[in-house]
Design a protein around this ligand. Structure first.
Ligand code: GLU
Ligand code: ZN
Length: 315
């Protein structure tokens, strides 16, 4: 009998700064879900958007992962070194007549209807020829109006109509930069990723990614979108909003809080144990079924890990 494909998860941070509580949740959740099934866990640095890349951030992320005892398999993949693979996928989509150049500017799209995240829903202006051939060209992917559905292991059933909710989306920007939505699909496929565990802020991107997977004829991994940590205003916790940065020399308490955030029940005594002990406890007790099935959880900042579930949509 053929062996079923092994479980392979990944953590794919963008190197825009040091790992903080929010990104640790994604690292820890994806690590535990893969390792508890005897699977592999890979790290990929998503530096496709070079202008946003902060020098030294990737190394700082590796250091924290190591200090936390979150060890990964194989070499790290850098998106900045993957241009050929993205170009091949783009050529394929162009060849199939599914992608087309677009020269619309932000200003020209200002009156289009808006998606949840505030970006314009592109109505296909350049589908039958660019507005202005003298301008630099972005490449957009043509979408359709068939509702796309998938099951998320934490968030449940999800449905999105790409045409009315997203519109034809950019896969290569006018400055030549490939876009995350394309890069992530090519990388997950090339790395043989079978499960994607990440923050719920990416739930809305998943339909686009499944759509690209189908066009390219690659497998769709399983998805589990973890709640994200937000402040009292519903904004994602980040450095700017006062997310405590992780103490590299003593990551234990943050790891412990991250486990509580993910609905796990480490004993209070464990909060001051060395990181490796906390991770060992988590490997023995992890249950994805205990993760709260909400998009975000709120902390008032002073309650020391008394997370409240938020059912409201994120801003
Ligand atoms: N690089 C993305 C981020 O840091 C995550 C992408 C993913 O996990 O698919 O938000
Ligand atoms: Zn256009």
């Amino acid at each position: 009998m053929a062996k079923s494909p092994a479980v392979r998860g990944r953590f794919a941070p963008s190197p825009t700064g040091p790992l903080h509580f929010g990104s640790l949740i994604a690292a820890l959740g994806s690590f535990l879900e893969a390792r508890c099934q005897g699977g592999e866990w890979l790290v990929r640095i998503e530096d496709v958007d070079r202008p946003r890349t902060v020098p030294g951030a990737a190394d700082a992320i590796f250091r924290v992962l190591e200090r936390c005892g979150l060890t990964w398999d194989g070499p790290v993949l850098y998106q900045s070194r993957r241009t050929e693979a993205y170009q091949a996928a783009l050529d394929r989509l162009l060849h199939l007549g599914l992608a087309y150049p677009c020269t619309c500017t932000r200003r020209e799209l200002a009156t289009q209807p808006r998606a949840h995240d505030g970006s314009p829903i592109y109505l296909g202006h350049c589908r039958s020829g660019v507005r202005d051939p003298d301008r630099p060209q972005a490449i957009r992917l043509r979408v359709d109006d068939a509702p796309l559905t998938f099951h998320d292991a934490i968030q449940g059933d999800y449905r999105q109509c790409l045409e009315t909710e997203v519109g034809d989306f950019v896969i290569r920007r006018a400055d030549g930069c490939f876009v995350y939505q394309l890069a992530v699909v090519v990388d997950d496929a090339d790395q043989g990723i079978t499960q994607v565990v990440r923050g719920s802020d990416l739930l809305d991107s998943t339909a686009r990614q499944i759509y690209v997977q189908r066009l390219l004829g690659v497998a769709t991994p399983e998805y589990a979108h973890l709640p994200i940590a937000v402040d009292r205003y519903g904004d994602k916790l980040s450095k700017q909003t006062g997310a405590k940065s992780l103490d590299e020399n003593d990551p234990g308490p943050t790891l412990w809080s991250a486990l509580r955030f993910l609905g796990q029940s480490p004993l209070p005594e464990l909060a001051h144990a060395p990181a490796v002990e906390i991770v060992a406890w988590a490997l023995a007790h992890w249950g994805v079924a205990s993760v709260p099935t909400v998009r975000s959880r709120r902390c008032c900042g002073a309650c020391n890990g008394q997370w409240r579930n938020r059912r409201l949509p994120m801003r």
